[in-house]
Design a protein around this ligand. Structure first.
Ligand SMILES: [Zn+2]
Length: 504
């Protein structure tokens, strides 16, 4: 725990959302969970939890502003973004904190700007001036721009996907902020970018990413001035200039070594690029496996194309139709975002039998499905995440109805895109997971941790805006491998400080 010599006041806020610009439904205020003031300290999660708990333990006075969590979804409504930005800046003007600590995602874009965090941090820096430390903890799927790094003192990411270390990331931001306030740290960040995305193999515990992270830890151990190495695997559905894998190194004072280390780590992505591939099963192969495999039931089927966890609307019906039409012996649960159908089922009430067209309300190319079922449960759709990823977070599916179809498939009709990375999304709706052969989850990574011990995870190749496929969509600004035919890029380092950056 870092020692403090002065009773500092640090302003904290959380403004996080991952913006999938292919999801045509803007993320407005209604899709954010917003708390203000001291309320955000009651049960904080993730970076905010690590940040605030560490500051409190160190004896710092926290000035909480708001927590606005939008999960993943379409671009953030620009007016809502501007209101929240002004609320934050107003609080800074009023409180005049010694430092600012923020929980941001890193890949938030609005309906008008693709680099919302860069805009926010630039405005914040402009307001507080160069001497008030700004520390930020991010998701490693951030779209990290020079503007973000130029306007922060400490800008670091979690290190694991699935994200099990957000709290540690927040702790580290708090510790580094205190070190800077105490004059023991003079943070200097260098970055290197390689213009590519990861088409697959995005988990950090295996494959090429595990090797790159191991090399980063090796470098950090050899160079005591290095305080953090963050490795960003850019969110694949951001359309902006400067898209790529970014390595940032934060050192205490300028370092002669960090530019070449950043370039080396970034270069490894390019060298290994053909290894970043997934091996997803087709819909039929997945259900055949569910039918015939002796593995523990239920299977948690990650619907990769319609991943709400990657900003898709969650309105796909392909897995529901496959289960209903092709696998009459299987029992399962399938969430589908459909505010119209959910409302009709809720109005009909528990015990009613209804026939509804469900799904496909948001994603172009999806097909709705006609179902008849018994309304067996209705609720406000709120639950608290119990698993390690997002533990304790309040999740809101919106008013939700569970329809039992063919007496074997439970369809969760939600009014909002449901974050089904956690079993509580189902158990909160009286779905007994242990009785089922499968549950469909709209997640590709995080559910694996949260369903551990309860279900066997399997990923399925489905259409939709939650999974990258080459040339599926037009990128207007972004240029990256493998979407574009790039020659070997010149990977150089950039040093960030005092509102500007220079190429090394
Ligand atoms: Zn992420």
């Amino acid at each position: 725990m870092p020692e403090i010599s002065t009773p500092y006041r640090i302003l904290v806020a959380d403004f996080s959302q991952e913006s999938n610009r292919l999801n045509l439904r803007p993320t407005d205020e209604e899709l954010f969970v917003v708390e203000r003031g001291q309320d955000i300290l009651r049960s904080p999660t993730g970076v905010l939890k690590g940040l605030t708990e560490t500051l409190v333990k160190a004896g710092v006075t926290i000035e909480p502003v708001f927590s606005a969590s939008g999960g993943a979804g379409g671009l953030v409504d620009h007016d809502f973004y501007l209101r929240m930005r002004e609320e934050l800046l107003d609080a800074v003007r009023r409180i005049k904190p010694d430092a600012v600590g923020l929980d941001l995602h890193g890949a938030m874009g609005t309906t008008e700007t693709p680099d919302a965090e860069g805009d926010l941090l630039q405005a914040l820096r402009h307001l507080v001036g160069p001497t008030v430390p700004i520390g930020v903890g991010l998701d490693l799927h951030g779209h990290i721009t020079p503007r973000m790094l130029d306007n922060t003192d400490i800008c670091i990411a979690c290190k694991e996907n699935p994200h099990s270390d957000f709290v540690e990331c927040g702790q580290k931001v708090a510790e580094l902020l205190i070190e800077q306030l105490e004059g023991r740290l003079r943070p200097v960040t260098v970055s290197a970018l390689v213009p590519m995305i990861l088409p697959g193999a995005a988990e950090t515990a295996s494959g090429p990413l595990a090797e790159i992270h191991a090399k980063a830890r090796e470098y950090a151990a050899l160079h005591p001035s290095i305080k953090d190495i963050s490795i960003y695997n850019v969110f694949r559905f951001t359309d902006d200039y400067g898209i790529g894998q970014v390595v940032t190194i934060l050192s205490n004072g300028p370092s002669a070594d960090t530019p070449s280390i950043a370039v080396d780590l970034a270069t490894r992505f390019w060298v290994e690029r053909e290894r970043f591939k997934d091996d997803l099963l087709t819909v039929d192969k997945v259900f055949e496996r569910v039918r015939s495999s002796p593995d523990k039931r239920p299977f948690a089927i990650g619907d990769m194309g319609d991943r709400v966890a990657a900003g898709a609307p969650g309105d796909g019906t392909i897995l529901l139709s496959a289960a209903l039409d092709g696998y009459p012996e299987l029992r399962g649960a399938v969430p589908i975002t459909d505010p119209v159908a959910a409302t009709r089922a809720i109005e009909a009430g528990v015990g009613a039998t209804v026939t509804l067209s469900v799904g496909a309300g948001f994603t172009p190319g999806f097909t709705p499905r006609l179902i008849t079922g018994l309304v067996e449960h209705v609720s406000d759709g709120n639950f608290i995440v119990e698993g390690p990823v997002g533990n304790g977070a309040h999740s809101a599916m919106g008013p939700t109805a569970v329809l039992r179809v063919d007496d074997r498939i439970q369809v969760l009709l939600t009014t909002k895109p449901a974050d089904t990375i956690d079993p509580a999304a189902f158990t909160s709706q009286n779905v007994v997971i242990g009785d089922l052969d499968f549950v469909v989850v709209k997640s590709g990574f995080h559910f694996v941790l949260n369903f551990a011990g309860l279900a066997t995870p399997v990923l399925v190749n489905t259409p939709g805006v939650g999974y990258y496929r080459k040339h599926q969509f037009e990128f207007r600004k972004a240029r990256f491998w493998p979407e574009h035919d790039l020659s070997t890029p010149a990977i150089t380092a950039r040093q960030h400080s005092a509102g500007t950056s220079i190429r090394m």
